[in-house]
Design a protein around this ligand. Sequence first.
Ligand SMILES: CC(C)(COP(=O)(O)OP(=O)(O)OC[C@H]1O[C@@H](n2cnc3c(N)ncnc32)[C@H](O)[C@@H]1OP(=O)(O)O)[C@@H](O)C(=O)NCCC(=O)NCCS
Length: 149
Amino acid sequence: MTMLQPTVEIKPLTPEVVKDNIDALIEMSTQLKGDYWTLEHYLSDMNRKWELSWAVYTNGRLCGFIINSEKPESLHVHRIVIAKEMHGKGIGKLLISKAIEDAKRLGKDAVTLKAEADNPQSLGFYKGLNFEITGEQGDLVLMTLKIAP
Ligand SMILES: CC(C)(COP(=O)(O)OP(=O)(O)OC[C@H]1O[C@@H](n2cnc3c(N)ncnc32)[C@H](O)[C@@H]1OP(=O)(O)O)[C@@H](O)C(=O)NCCC(=O)NCCS
């Protein structure tokens, strides 16, 4: 029997997509320890946020998202979450690739993010993608991926 590959699509994460899917975004984010983001946080404006943030769908169903903005020296990832049942299928890596592509387009030479210092799952994911720890801020570590221009 032939197994059908799921169709994976990346689309802009717009304020409309946020509003229409807020329950799913909040549900997916329960994976993040101490999450506090409400609809207002998801809708808050940041530099170029609506041009740099993406939603990912498998077979038409929202299964993850990445929220990014432009910082003076980098493209900054504020949040990346993949639905639990879709972990380990390369979707997180795909969204980070998209962020790298956007960073290059903006002429940045780095992608940055803050990760929970005691979350081995996300640290392992980022280290596997060549991010390095470049600072500490309380319970968080600053991670940087240098990219070729
Ligand atoms: C962390 C997260 C975004 C990773 O997304 P994902 O789609 O499951 O990851 P991928 O399948 O794209 O994995 C990409 C690579 O990272 C590796 N990887 C994934 N999780 C890993 C882990 N815990 N430790 C080490 N490597 C890991 C994979 O093996 C893969 O490597 P490969 O390319 O050599 O095969 C996802 O698990 C998630 O949403 N977790 C909960 C929310 C969270 O912690 N977000 C990050 C903080 S905001």
